[in-house]
Design a binder for this molecule. Structure first.
Ligand code: RP5
Length: 169
């Protein structure tokens, strides 16, 4: 698949169950990705080393999932002008609201695109990375259009199946 164009960061190995949703999307679209489970708090130097080299290494989009005091996406965005897509993860008793606010409430000047909490957010981060890359890749853009059309057809089919199942025309 070639060199990674997207990196999926996460604050802990324990975030992979959620963040793997982003990897599935990228794999479906044939986009090569890297995965790094490194923490802004526990391994700040390793995060910085990776991000400082990312653009030269061919990375175009950074996806970063984190829970709790979720500083990872913001710390990454502080050190690169690559687009950073943050995924809040529910890993504390407050259900991800801590991570959502930490990721969404960035100070002006250092943007992080915040997705939804959890698996839907990770999936959408993958799709948004695809959309960003599709801006300069016609074949990828066509694939994204086809993905949306299939999704629409599936919903219409499921609606009809449900209506038939419960005795409606
Ligand atoms: C955050 O703390 C991670 O992103 C993870 O969601 C949370 C808990 O990490 P572990 O204690 O499971 O390593 O930094």
């Amino acid at each position: 698949m070639g060199a990674a164009q997207v990196v999926i960061f996460m604050g802990s190995r324990s975030d992979w169950d959620i963040m793997s949703e982003a990897s599935k999307v990228l794999a479906d679209f044939g986009i090569a990705y890297d995965v790094q489970a490194l923490s802004a708090h526990r391994t700040p130097t390793a995060v910085t080393q990776y991000i400082e080299a990312a653009k030269n290494n061919g990375i175009k989009v950074v996806i970063a999932g984190a829970g709790a005091a979720a500083h990872l996406p913001g710390v990454i965005a502080a050190q690169t002008t690559l687009p950073v897509l943050g995924v809040p993860i529910a890993s504390t008793p407050v259900g991800g609201m801590d991570a959502l606010l930490a990721i969404a409430q960035m100070p002006g000047g250092i943007p992080v695109g915040s997705l939804a909490i959890g698996k839907a957010g990770a999936k959408n981060a993958g799709l948004l990375a695809v959309a960003i890359m599709a801006l300069s890749d016609k074949a990828l853009s066509d694939k994204l259009d086809a993905y949306r059309q299939k999704q629409t057809q599936d919903v219409i089919k499921n609606n009809q199946a449900l209506r038939t199942e419960i005795g409606l025309k």
